[in-house]
Design a protein around this ligand. Sequence first.
Ligand code: SAH
Length: 363
Amino acid sequence: MEGKQKDTFTEQNFERKPSIYSLQLNELEMWLKEQGEPKFRATQIFDWLYKKRVDHFAEMSNLPKGLREKLENHFIITTLKTIAKHSSQDGTLKFLFELHDGFSIETVLMRHDYGNSVCVTTQVGCRIGCTFCASTLGGLKRNLEAGEIVAQVLKVQKVLDETNERVSSIVVMGIGEPFDNYQSLLSFLKIVNDEKGLNIGARHITVSTSGIVPRIYDFANEGLQINFAISLHAPNTELRSRLMPINKAYDLEKLMDAVRYYIEKTGRRVTFEYGLFGGVNDQIEHAEELARLIKGLKCHVNLIPVNYVPERNYVRTPRKQIFEFERTLKKHGINVTIRREQGHDIEAACGQLRAKERKEEAR
Ligand code: SAH
């Protein structure tokens, strides 16, 4: 699939009509104005797209025919082709979707007792190069348009429509580094958050970054109420550089400065994700060092037992040791949870399914 499309990001994309899902309500209003159409049509169009969830402009029956034609001429309604759907014993559903240019992405639906959560992808591949992660194995192919991220949520919502359920939360923790596709990320967040759109509350949306420091400052200044998570994974800069090459560009000290700025500016608590990689960063002394690093910060630590990636060499931390790590942090007054694993039997972790698919194609 990917082999077909080595130079996708050239003219081909320019010729394509933009996805209507990439437009925020005010952007749609502006477009309507340019077309000499009344502003209120934007709300009607949003209603068709996000409440009635139609797939064709022709179905927007309360719009004049001329406007429907204009929409048709200017935009597409992104459809994602499902090429694989795996369901787990615990209800987790993992989708492999194909994009218009043949690239594939993953989206995961997780069912919790507090609702349905969707994990979205922001890029085809990733260029950050974390040494434990499957998403980065083939490098970055291209950024997703905002509408292609929105379409993932809608696609899952349409599945849930069959049982009258709704997507209640979103985690931007799929394939890709969201802060490496910042403008599309922001548009996406505003569109799904809009009460006239999918109306998913900011406090029910979480964005996770590997630590692109300048964007952390930008994100702090956006004035959003979105939950924010940082992939920390190490309590000191040497170890972090070994695990995450991005630490060589933005080291731990710079990262922590940015995080402190974020907390001060937004007043919001941040989450530190800390993957436990057997024998690497999972000793009690690491927990002690981590506690010292984040002491006094308004934060929460989410411990992630490593997801096994065949191409990577990391091994699991024994359960007993995971609990000991947790206890050590608690002893220092740190808020900590161990990530509940979902979809283990269907390779639901970060890029695993796509990586497998890519390998099969290469054969
Ligand atoms: N690029 C963003 C979004 C990914 S979120 C980021 O880095 O934050 C997914 C989380 O799972 C990140 O914390 C990531 O570091 C972590 N992760 C990736 N591969 C993993 C693996 N094999 N085991 C455990 N955690 C992993």
